[in-house]
Ligand binder design. Structure first.
Ligand SMILES: [Zn+2]
Length: 239
């Protein structure tokens, strides 16, 4: 065994992440779960500088086609996601829905705190600021047919990848997890390595330490299947 082989074998046995934390864990784990203090930029949104730069270039190109990309959601902290989760849970409970069913309804569109791609500063929800804004904007029908954001969707489907923005929650019926979200784009050069690192974390800590509504239904079994179906249930291009 030469020296390099010896080192590689040793690393494999000891666990790479323990031995070389800086090389493997290049993002502070707290940032991956929305609990850190990330270095973000943007006027009416908050993104990693690299994602913001790509967004600005993409927006300038879209503007030439009279499409004004408007970010309605970008970075979201753990606390913010928790308040969204708890509010929805209490609303469904007040409608007489049982705990398990309430959780299943929440995770049609909303993530468990600590598991949102919006924690990373890489993902955005966008609309076109051109048409008049009425009521809920993030509705699938508004992005199709005669909807106000149909032109935006068509432009993004053709051009977004030129700026490294990809759609995690596609229409693909074989995809598990969250429903189709034509408004949600992810800056792939950052979010792909972040997801890889994220999947190495101990997710039990993320959820069991939080004051989350959902009680006994939020157990280890739920969490493991949720990570498989929802966190991993994205377009393959982002895995
Ligand atoms: Zn989103």
């Amino acid at each position: 065994m030469n020296r390099l082989e010896f080192i590689n074998t040793g690393l494999a046995i000891m666990g790479l992440s323990q031995l070389q934390p800086d090389k493997i864990m290049n993002t502070d784990p707290l940032l991956l779960i929305g609990k850190g203090s990330p270095n973000l930029v943007g006027k009416n949104y908050a993104l990693l500088p690299e994602a913001d730069k790509a967004l600005q270039a993409m927006s300038a190109a879209a503007q030439k086609q009279d499409i004004t990309i408007k970010v309605v959601s970008s970075y979201r902290s753990f606390e913010r996601q928790k308040s969204i989760w708890n509010r929805k849970f209490l609303r469904f409970k007040s409608q007489g829905i049982q705990d398990g069913a309430a959780i299943r309804k929440i995770i049609e569109y909303s993530t468990l705190p600590g598991t949102s791609r919006h924690h990373w500063g890489t993902d955005i929800d966008i609309i076109d600021a051109g048409p008049p804004q009425e009521g809920d904007v993030l509705l699938t029908q508004k992005f199709h047919d005669n909807g106000p954001y149909n032109t935006l969707r068509e432009w993004m489907e053709t051009h977004a990848q030129d700026y490294d923005f990809l759609l995690p929650y596609t229409k693909d019926e074989n995809r598990s997890g969250f429903k189709y979200e034509p408004w949600h784009y992810s800056y792939a050069p950052k979010s792909i390595p972040m997801l890889k690192q994220y999947l190495e974390l101990d997710h039990r800590e993320l959820i069991f330490s939080a004051d989350l509504k959902g009680g006994d239904d939020l157990d280890q079994e739920f969490l493991e299947s949720y990570i498989q179906s929802h966190v991993m249930g994205i377009d393959r291009s982002l895995l």
